[in-house]
Design a protein around this ligand. Sequence first.
Ligand code: UDP
Length: 430
Amino acid sequence: MEIVHVTPKSLHDYLPFMDDAVAAELKSLAAELSDARIAMINATSFGGGVAEKLHSLVPLLKDLGLNLDWWVIRGSTDFYQVTKTFHNRLQGQEGELTQTEIDIFRDYNLDNALYMKEWDYDIIVVHDPQPVALINYLKQGWRTRWIWRCHIDTSTPNPAYWDFIYQYVKQYDATIFTMPEFVNEAAQLNRLTFITPSIDPLSTKNILLEPDQARSIVCRFGVDGNRPLITQVSRFDPWKDPLGVIEVYKMVKKEYPSVQLALVGSMASDDPEGWDYLYHTLRRSGEDYDIKVVTNFNGVTNIEVNAFQTISDVILQKSLREGFGLTVAEALWKGTPVIGGNVGGIRRQIEDGVNGYLVETVEECAEKTLTLLRNPAVAKDFAAAGREKVRREFLTTTNALHYLRLFRDLLNGTGEDYGAEKVKTGHLAK
Ligand code: UDP
């Protein structure tokens, strides 16, 4: 196990985005918890969404005065291959769970647990499946309260893999999932809690950019800054439906010829499926030079994502299936109207007709895009409502508040609900 050193953050910098009541509750909970020793454990300190979230959350909790350490487990290439398989299978991929996978998974969890023998934390938060089995070797005789935080979409898991990790998950004193839909119907879990992911308003991806600054950044990719722009920021993946987005654009273009489309996506060099789908998307774009397909390989980093989300007239997230869809919160935060597929966590963020539109089809998506392009007043109302929703529900500070409430309740044996919807029976509506 290795401890992770984080760049300090200050609550003070978040105050402009917070209600006074939230700031006061954060401070009072942190004061109540000041004697508690807390550890967070995950698989990696860099790369991937969980590490990114912890780099926001951990320094904020520390600045509030919490006695908190962030640890990462040690593994080998074998172990990470197995846990990658676990990740995919828990999100529904088919395949047999093998004895070799079980052995490797258990061996590395046991190895890391041995390192923790002398630990004496009041609360340990374990993130995602990789370290989920640590509890099995340590819970006996410990006073520590254990929390498992699942960041992945386990709504339709491969049953063999879910059953395997369930033997560990059910030992935890509390479990956190993103949304009720992600919890297996039959699961009997302690203190089942729902906390959505959040965005950090101080990160390069989400800080406020002036329109001119954002415009000059997107113009570097060939966008004409004087014409309307619709954008989707997403991996090149069938579930994100970039081909559907191109169809939407083509329909809009017939009625609104000045429109341009940007498809902004990040590529991993070791993800052949992503590259295949990118090529597919490029072929579908054909020779229409008003479609810009841009990636990290031609210079898209966080600030460019921010600029596209800031300056676009409409952001699409036309997913056919979606865990949460951070890109929606990111765009709403910038006051850009969003049209999203009526699926998964997008429904949690967009209130149809209030801060955006939820759509089922390409035709509907094109119609709503035209509505927004033609009615700047509607777009402006959506923008204000969207930013306010994100401010209240999906910022790092709200996330911190949910964790602190859970810590307090676990230590005091109080409360059962933590602000997010809670489902008491195992059965959860889709
Ligand atoms: N993203 C990025 N660069 C890109 C495309 C996406 O940084 O070119 C980021 C995006 O801003 C968001 C994350 O990747 O923060 C994607 O998260 P989301 O929940 O939307 O989808 P996922 O990829 O996890 O399915």
